[in-house]
Design a protein around this ligand. Structure first.
Ligand code: ASP
Ligand code: MG
Length: 415
């Protein structure tokens, strides 16, 4: 009998009716003859509500207490789902991460999983019980409660699937598939039936919010097939996320996404000598600040400008670190641009296929949109544009690469 891990997000368990609906999806899998582990997030917007509550008590609550608070959301949803499954006549029990043994690093609010004990879960599924596991949380070897970071239940599910050697991990959400672009912004977005881990990782990182990037990384590392599907339409096959070698890549590009949470920082008139970039980026990395796009302008009069992007949440911290470095290296000024968005085009098929970057620049030029910065990787091209231009940019690029759906759109007359 195969093990199947199913993960249900907050919207899928937002109220008691939805929890009963989720119970049906779990039981369907169980009655198909599988051993089932269901991983659940907190109900609806519970976690946001708990964060807000903490904010009313303290402007800077300590991360240990935040983890104690936020992990409580999942305790509510797992017990209710276990009851709903039992109510339908199937044996089930709920388990917290501490009861399972989901061991994490000793870091609060964004801990990584280091080990998962499988003996207790295995014992229950071997005696035909459905295990309902709390997502998002973990426990340190000292018995401290931790959380994996917002959206972390996807990662809990994939890590459990890897540890239990599950046949697959199904991530149920409120969308029925992954699309070539966010359908709310690009109405002609078409659905994708299969995508590689690499492509999904890039799409998740650049703003396609359907899957938590760390969950895709974990799936890739342990080769766990992921299926993204809708909890409201159990017959839809959803989108399968698998390794490159299991895919025939015949399309040059797979999808586009935008990230509106970056800010650009430029350090002006930086002396042009060895070791300066190492000082700047070393100081940022020592303070746990990730840098995304980087450009350095051509040297002129023994100075150049260095510009890069960071997440907006890291901006204040980055500025205070950089102000110190700026004085040490004798650069003239730090300039921040908040009005940026990063538009990325992703596709494993762009490797060795010339013209993809040119096509993207063409699309932006046709739209009359100025490019502020460019970066590329093997399977991604990103351009920074002004925030207010982002939706137009996405639509033009989507069309340029033939990603527009051929299906008639809602409200569109087909003939
Ligand atoms: N409940 C947590 C959150 O809202 C974890 C999750 O939903 O994946 O971030
Ligand atoms: Mg979620």
């Amino acid at each position: 009998m195969a093990i199947v891990v199913q993960k249900f997000g907050g919207t899928s368990v937002a109220d008691s009716t939805k929890i009963k609906n989720v119970a049906k999806a779990v039981i369907k899998e169980y009655r198909n003859g599988n051993k089932v582990v269901a991983v659940v997030s907190a109900m609806g917007k519970t976690t946001d509500y708990l964060v807000k509550l903490a904010g009313e008590i303290s402007s800077n609550p300590c991360n240990r207490e935040l983890d104690m608070l936020l992990s409580s959301g999942e305790q509510v949803s797992i017990s209710l789902l276990a009851m709903a499954i039992q109510e339908s006549g199937c044996p089930a029990l709920s388990m917290l991460a501490s009861q399972i043994g989901i061991i994490t690093e000793s870091v609060h609010s964004k801990a990584r999983i280091v080990d998962i004990k499988t003996d207790k879960v295995q014992k229950h599924i071997d005696t035909n019980k459905i295990v309902v596991a709390a997502g998002f949380q973990g426990i340190t070897i000292d018995g401290e409660i931790t959380t994996l970071g917002r959206g972390g239940s996807d990662t809990s599910a994939v890590a459990l699937a890897a540890a239990l050697k599950a046949e697959r991990c199904d991530i149920y959400t409120d969308v029925n598939a992954i699309y070539t672009a966010d359908p709310r912004v690009v109405p002609k977005a078409s659905r994708i039936y299969q995508v590689s881990y690499g492509e999904m990782l890039e799409l998740a990182r650049v703003g396609a919010k359907v899957l938590h990037p760390r969950s895709v990384e974990t799936a890739k590392q342990f080769n766990v097939p992921l299926r993204l599907r809708s909890s409201f339409n159990l017959e839809d096959p959803g989108t399968l996320v698998v390794g490159d070698d299991n895919m025939e890549i015949c399309r040059p590009v797979t999808g586009i996404a935008a990230d509106l949470k970056q800010v650009r920082i430029a350090i002006l008139r930086v002396p042009d000598k060895p070791g300066i970039a190492a000082r700047i980026f070393g100081a940022l990395s020592d303070n746990n600040i990730s840098v995304d796009m980087i450009i350095q302008s051509m040297e002129e009069d023994h100075v150049n400008n260095i510009a890069f992007t960071v997440h907006e949440n890291d901006l204040n911290n980055a500025i205070s670190v950089l102000e110190r470095v700026r004085q040490e290296i004798e650069a003239s000024e730090i300039v921040v641009d908040n009005n940026i968005a990063k538009v990325s085009l992703v596709g494993a098929g762009m490797v060795d296929r010339p013209g993809v970057a040119a096509g993207m620049f063409d699309a932006l030029s046709e739209a009359g949109i100025n490019i502020k910065m460019i970066s590329t990787s093997e399977i991604k091209i990103s351009c920074l544009v002004a925030k207010e231009k982002v939706e137009e940019a996405l639509r033009y690029i989507h069309k340029k690469f033939g990603l527009d759906s051929k299906e008639p759109q809602p409200g569109e007359v087909s003939n």
